[in-house]
Write a protein that binds this ligand. Structure first.
Ligand code: AMP
Ligand code: MG
Length: 403
């Protein structure tokens, strides 16, 4: 049996990395960027009016001039007009290029029109540059705007679109097989006998993966039968990039997964971790280097092990830049009975002081996934400590992540 930090270090020493592919920007939401994106021109690319109003030369206003004859309309999307008279003005729309000879926009709210003369009220304070978004003030041509390793969230998609990246280099999302095991488990749309239960684990795994951007996951189920397990896993190991099993990895008479994996050429790099829940966790690699996770079948263990081990491993695999850990603060003291690392489901809330408070939601045991549904994630309580104070801060893993 190894400790949680030892399991982390074995995972870290056995990385795999997904290839990059060029995709249309429309399909890149949530993907990890694999190239730097540079500004193809200044941002903004021209002196840009930020308000609807009139464009003037601020020097005229500062000399006391208030009534500006209108020379024309500077529309967004048209080339810059020229202000002919120093004391004149051009009507202007938001997003238009500043006309030549103008350096300031007086918003419509301060202007009253008298025929073709714009009269500006005294509340307005003109200065050069007021309501003008200066060319190049956000970024210069050639500046790196997005770095490889970031996730393409909406604001980053906007930047990529703005520099004309209609196709963009991202990580190819790995094809993941989710394999449930067990004779007691029936598909969720099938009738269930009194001694059977429904296959909820692979549904939870698929949901957790989808929410984290791993949209190419397929569910399977195999009975507790060595022959079926061997045949089923043989074909799955060949076709998928990542294999996540649930169940069949503990010490029971029908827990065949570790043995069959080894028969199929998987090198088991660890099996059993000093943690609760999730003690029987297994990690291995196929002969061609694909990662295989064997998650304990108890629903609470399966879900926690996905977030604690599988997702962080996949995040590295897809080239996501590392992010500092999240912490939450215990809202009551917690006592544990064993020297293991404990993963404690919690409901969290940001307090008025900005701290993330975590209230324990204790399942009765690792089969009680109904209680888990009341939680927002879990905290990690390090091994060999038995009492954790109210107010102490611990690593937090949320069911929804912002990386
Ligand atoms: P195992 O790890 O196979 O010994 O399973 C431990 C417990 O988890 C058993 O009570 C199983 O019935 C339950 N279990 C295993 N797989 C699933 C699943 N896909 N959905 C719901 N419960 C499961
Ligand atoms: Mg089982």
């Amino acid at each position: 049996m190894i400790t949680v930090p030892q399991a982390d270090s074995i995972l870290e020493k056995n990385p795999v990395s997904c290839p990059a592919v060029r995709v249309p920007l429309e399909s890149a939401a949530g993907c990890v960027l694999r190239e730097h994106v540079a500004a193809d021109r200044d941002f903004p690319p021209f002196d840009r009016a930020t308000m609807d109003g009139i464009a003037v030369n601020s020097a005229s206003f500062l000399r006391g001039f208030r009534n500006f004859p209108v020379e024309g309309l500077q529309k967004a999307g048209s080339p810059a007009l020229l202000l002919r008279s120093r004391n004149g003005c051009l009507e202007i729309t938001t997003g238009a290029v500043m006309p030549k000879g103008c350096d300031c926009v007086i918003p419509v709210e301060y202007v009253e029109m008298d025929g073709r003369v714009a009269m500006v009220n005294d509340e307005f304070q003109a200065r050069p540059g007021v309501n003008v978004h200066r060319k190049g003030s956000d970024a210069r041509k050639g500046d790196i705007l997005l770095r490889a390793g970031c996730r393409l969230l909406p604001a980053r998609i906007a930047v990529a679109a703005a520099v004309g990246k209609s196709r963009i280099l991202v990580t190819r999302i790995p094809a993941i097989a989710l394999v449930g095991t067990g004779d007691e488990l029936v598909e969720i749309d099938q009738p269930v006998k009194p001694f059977e239960i429904r296959r909820s684990n692979t549904c939870a795994l698929a949901a957790g993966l989808t929410l984290s951007g791993y949209t190419d996951a397929k569910r399977f189920h195999i009975q507790d039968d060595p022959k079926k397990l061997r045949a089923g896993l043989k074909s799955i190991l060949r076709k998928y990039d990542v294999i996540v099993l649930s169940g069949g990895v503990s010490k029971g008479k029908l827990d065949f997964v570790p043995r069959i994996l080894e028969e199929l050429g998987v090198t088991v790099l660890f099996h059993k971790v000093r943690q609760r829940p999730g003690g029987p966790l297994l990690f291995g690699k196929t002969s061609d280097g694909k990662p295989v996770f064997g998650l304990p079948g108890n629903p609470v263990s399966t879900q926690i092990c996905l977030y604690r081990y599988v997702l962080p491993y996949l995040h590295k695999e897809i080239g996501l830049a590392p992010r500092a850990a999240d912490y939450a603060v215990l809202s009551e003291a917690v006592t544990v009975k064993t020297a293991l690392t404990h993963f404690l489901p919690v409901a969290v809330q940001f307090a008025q002081d900005g701290r993330l408070n975590a209230a324990p939601v204790s399942p009765q045991n690792s089969g009680d996934f109904v209680s888990l549904a009341k939680s927002d994630g879990f905290i990690e309580l390090p091994a060999a400590t038995f009492r954790f104070r109210k107010g102490s801060a611990h690593r937090f893993y949320g069911w929804i992540n912002i990386s």
